[in-house]
Design a protein around this ligand. Structure first.
Ligand SMILES: [Zn+2]
Length: 128
C-alpha cells in the first residue's frame, strides 16, 4: 500500500476520534449546565442580603463566587472527597462550564477567611 494512503487514513481516523471526543465533551458540559438554575439579572436587580459572620458576628462582604469545577461537599461522617471525586458528586448550582460562567451570590468575612455561598441558584449579571 502506498504510504500516502496510509497517512490519509491515519489522519482521517485521528480527525474522527477528535470529533467524537469533542461531541462527548460537549454533551457532558451541556448535561452539567442543564441542571443548573441560572437567573439572568441586571446588577440593580440583585438582592444583596446582609449576613453576619457566624464566627465573629461582623457584617460580611457581599459578592459573587465562581466555584470552578464545582463544590464537592460531604458530611463529616462520609468518606472525604478526594482525587477521584467526580463531577457527579458536585453540589447543584456550583459548576458552570460556559465561556461566560454563571456565578453564585456569596458572602465573605475577610477577618475569619470564611465564605458562605448560596447554591440555591446561579446568576448571570448584566452590567446596568
Ligand atoms: Zn468573621
Amino acid at each position: 500500500m502506498d504510504t500516502t494512503y496510509l497517512v490519509i487514513i491515519i489522519t482521517a481516523v485521528v480527525i474522527l476520534i477528535t470529533v467524537i471526543l469533542a461531541i462527548v465533551l460537549l454533551a457532558a458540559v451541556r448535561k452539567v449546565n442543564k441542571g443548573n438554575s441560572v437567573i439572568k439579572l441586571k446588577e440593580s436587580e440583585v438582592e444583596w442580603k446582609e449576613l453576619k459572620c457566624p464566627k465573629c458576628q461582623k457584617v460580611m462582604d457581599t459578592g459573587l463566587s465562581l466555584a470552578g469545577r464545582g463544590i464537592i461537599w460531604r458530611e463529616k461522617i462520609e468518606k472525604k472527597p478526594g482525587l477521584f471525586s467526580n463531577i457527579g458528586s458536585v453540589l447543584e448550582n456550583t459548576i458552570s462550564l460556559n465561556v461566560l460562567p454563571a456565578l453564585n451570590i456569596s458572602w465573605r468575612c475577610s477577618s475569619c477567611k470564611l465564605v458562605i455561598l448560596d447554591n440555591s441558584k446561579m446568576v448571570k449579571i448584566k452590567s446596568s
